[in-house]
Design a protein around this ligand. Structure first.
Ligand SMILES: [Zn+2]
Length: 366
């Protein structure tokens, strides 16, 4: 008979513990490999899975059981915004893989949420439009059904390279205006939706120097100084730049508007003159430029205009009503109307390709 072997009872418990631990480790490793295989079958790489684990996202992403190339690329770049995982998945369902979740997409998503849009409506916009096609909504503040807007944008998509033409009016000028935040100084937004406080006068109005103006006119001090510097440089280059209009008070703006309504009718007046209280000229930060070297040709055809387009941003000025953006600005192309916003903002606005109205809503408004 074989002699029965007995474990030393003192050793029995630690051995069992070690065996259980080994079993747990084996099970854990199996589970881990199984999960990794699911994620890799979906399309994620090992590096992406490691990044996922660093963010503690593995369980959530397993539950989704979907691959998002936008998310994969954000994982690699370590730029995942974990509060907006649904946006990455929204994009994974789209045929157009150019629609990646970028900082811009997250920004506009959150702005629209703040404006009262439901996530469902925003998703509908994201599914159909690009970032650039959505930014005008911040100015329009359309609520409710966004389908007509989406259809309008898509209809004009082919022709809207470098412009933004729409068939319908979404701006709704002068309806439910907000009060301009004048504390922002050169970054304040004054347009047909944002009214200056009644009786507003800039505190630092400065007369523009004689050689740089057609007649007596003043502007907010930084705008006047920047314009004079640009005017001096124009002279060095053999051109003569002069302001044809700058600060205008409420009453004068009203006079201009009424005159234009009388001479050209309301419809034309609305395209070229802003109603009193809504004009940037009353802020002191807008200057109309003119050419004295060729005073008889429209400013847009003067050598000064071509030069100003090149250099204005480096003096802090932007073209406020560019060609093709009337649907957003509410004003037809004005080659002569330039707005002082400071050098940094001017360069950023130009680089963004947005109108100041949109740029303000995205990046300046709190
Ligand atoms: Zn003007």
């Amino acid at each position: 008979m074989k002699k029965r072997r007995h474990f030393n009872p003192v050793l029995r418990i630690p051995v069992l513990m070690i065996l259980s631990l080994a079993l747990v480790l084996v099970l854990f490793s199996c589970l881990n490999n199984h999960q990794k295989k699911i994620l890799m079958d979906l399309g994620y790489t090992k590096v992406e899975i490691a990044a996922m684990d660093e963010l503690g996202l593995r369980d959530e992403l397993l539950k989704k059981n979907l691959y998002s190339d936008s998310l994969a690329s954000a994982l690699i770049q370590k730029s995942v915004d974990t509060k907006h995982l649904d946006l990455y998945y929204l994009h994974s369902n789209l045929s157009d893989t150019n629609l990646f979740v970028t900082d811009e997409i997250i920004l506009i998503n959150d702005k629209l949420l703040k404006y009262g849009y439901s996530q469902e409506l925003i998703n509908q916009l994201l599914e159909n439009l690009s970032f650039r096609e959505m930014t005008p909504l911040l100015v329009f503040e359309i609520m409710g059904d966004v389908t007509p807007y989406i259809e309008d944008v898509i209809e004009h998509r082919q022709e809207n390279e470098g412009q933004f033409v729409l068939s319908n009016d979404y701006l709704k000028a002068y309806e439910n205006p907000k009060t301009v935040n004048v504390a922002l100084n050169e970054l304040m937004l004054v347009n047909k939706k944002n009214q200056l406080p009644s009786g507003y006068t800039p505190l630092d109005l400065t007369m523009i120097s004689r050689g740089c103006r057609f007649s007596d006119m003043s502007a907010a001090a930084p705008a006047a100084a920047a314009f004079e510097a640009m005017c001096a440089e124009a002279k060095n280059q053999g051109m003569i730049l002069a302001s044809t209009s700058a600060y205008r008070d409420y009453d004068y703006q009203k006079e201009l508007y009424d005159q234009m309504v009388q001479s050209d009718g309301q419809e034309v007046a609305e395209r070229y003159v802003i109603q009193a209280g809504y004009s940037e000229h009353q802020s002191g930060y807008a200057i109309d430029f003119g050419s004295l070297s060729e005073p008889d040709v429209p400013f847009a055809q003067s050598p000064e205009y071509r030069w100003v387009c090149e250099v204005a941003a480096s003096y802090g000025f932007i073209l406020r009503y560019p060609q093709g953006y009337e649907s957003i600005t509410g004003i037809a192309f004005e080659s002569y109307h330039w707005r002082y916003v400071g050098v940094e903002a001017a360069e950023k606005i130009n680089a963004s390709g947005l109108t100041f109205d949109e740029y303000y809503k995205l990046y300046i408004e709190e």
